[in-house]
Design a binder for this molecule. Structure first.
Ligand SMILES: *Cc1c(COP(=O)(O)O)cnc(C)c1O
Length: 393
């Protein structure tokens, strides 16, 4: 029996309604619009990696519970990837943990490390699961807002410093950053690292877009900076890098004590997941550099196509240095409210986008910004650009 006076959903989660993605995807379907809302590719990743998954399944590898930390082949491949790319060496047995996507890595990390009442400093706008996971852990989120500055969203280092208090437990960093497309620079990351060392903070970095950086931008893992390896939980995922977002294979790399803590929470969430896919992702991580270069080039061309089209349609465009999202400002179109704009856009132009305000605590700070995904086929983006021209009048 439930008391009618008491809501079913607990207080920690009450503020999180259904995600905007459900509403916008339904709207796309109903209006026959092109869905540039949710960020998933409309083309699958490499054929040989799909075949590797089929092979694992047929050979009976991973069809039963895989080992709790992940299959050894994948943990070894993750460690080799971190070494090859960044010169970071991790012991596959004690410093690598495979998770059900980055989503579970984030959840398990926060549930493991955050004590009720602890403050978690996160960059705003933030990926939507951060707020919910901090809340489930009983933590208090403290947003530090990225603000437009000369064509991109930047971190105000003084604001970051001011956000840290005696109750701060950890910094939750995301670079390359969804939804703004910002890639934090070496200077910004160095300042974050110095602050973390000075205030003895843990750092969690969500690096799921590590391979999607464009032009001169460079992804620099925080764990490579002085004093950071022992205090940083780095989170990666196969979903975005290999265009298999449905496989849900992610991972954590960190010092043994941190990995053990995260595993303590993870074992009671999914215990294990994605058995056969783990073997396939091990092969994917070992793909030659030509795969990663071609993937990045393809996405860069798509970014340019959509960014140019949006600018021609009258948006102010923040050209992303990474990820597969473009954030725009709708004020040059005479609009100020991203929610209203996105709700009307399917009827006006047959395209669906996401109002960035959903990623903010300070909704006003995010009001005029709207996000479009460009991880779609070129023909789809061309059609979207053609439709959006209608806005230019
Ligand atoms: C997509 C995404 C995730 C989730 O990754 P999964 O591996 O699909 O769980 C986490 N963080 C950011 C910033 C993302 O964009």
């Amino acid at each position: 029996m439930t008391s009618s006076a008491r809501p079913l959903l607990n207080r920690r989660l009450a503020e999180f309604g259904t995600t905007i993605f459900a509403e916008m995807s339904a709207l796309a379907l109903r209006t026959g619009s092109i869905n540039l809302g949710q960020g998933f590719p409309d083309t699958d990743g490499p054929e040989e990696i799909r075949e590797a998954a089929v092979r694992a399944l047929r050979d009976g590898r991973g069809n039963q519970y895989p080992p709790g930390p992940g299959v050894p082949e994948l943990r070894t491949a993750i460690a080799a990837h971190q070494e090859r790319r960044y010169g970071l060496s991790y012991d596959p047995d004690t410093e690598v943990l495979v998770t059900a996507g980055a989503t579970e890595a984030i959840a398990a990390t926060l549930l493991a490390l955050v004590e009720p009442g602890d403050e978690v400093v996160a960059l705003e706008p933030y990926y939507d699961s951060y707020a919910a996971c901090i809340a489930m852990a009983g933590g208090k989120r403290v947003p530090v807002t990225l603000r437009p500055h000369e064509g991109s969203f930047r971190l105000d280092l003084d604001e970051l410093r001011a956000a840290v208090t005696d109750r701060t437990r950890l910094l939750l960093i995301n670079t390359p950053h969804n939804p703004t497309g910002t890639v934090l620079t070496r200077e910004e990351l160095t300042a974050i690292a110095e602050l973390a060392v000075e205030r003895d903070l843990l750092v969690v970095t969500d690096e799921v877009y590590e391979h999607l950086v464009f032009d001169d931008a460079e992804h620099l893992p925080l764990a490579t900076l002085p004093g950071m390896r022992e205090r940083t939980v780095s989170i990666g995922s196969a979903g975005k890098t290999f265009s298999f977002t449905g496989w849900k294979v992610g991972w954590v790399t960190a010092a043994p004590g941190l990995v053990t803590a995260v595993r303590s929470a993870k074992q009671f969430l999914t215990y294990v997941s994605s058995g056969p896919f783990q073997y396939a992702v091990a092969e994917a991580l070992a793909l030659p550099d030509t795969y990663f270069t071609a993937f990045r080039e393809d996405m860069r061309a798509k970014r340019d196509l959509l960014a140019t089209g949006l600018a021609d349609a009258g948006f102010e465009v923040f050209k992303p240095a990474g990820t597969y999202f473009v954030t725009t400002d709708i004020r040059p179109l005479g609009e100020t409210d991203g929610f209203a704009f996105c709700r009307a856009l399917p009827e006006r132009a047959g395209v669906v986008a996401i109002p960035n305000a959903v990623f903010y605590d300070h909704r006003d700070a995010g009001a005029p910004f709207v996000r479009f995904a460009f991880c779609k086929q070129t023909s789809v983006l061309e059609e979207a650009v053609k439709r959006l021209k209608a806005l230019a009048g």
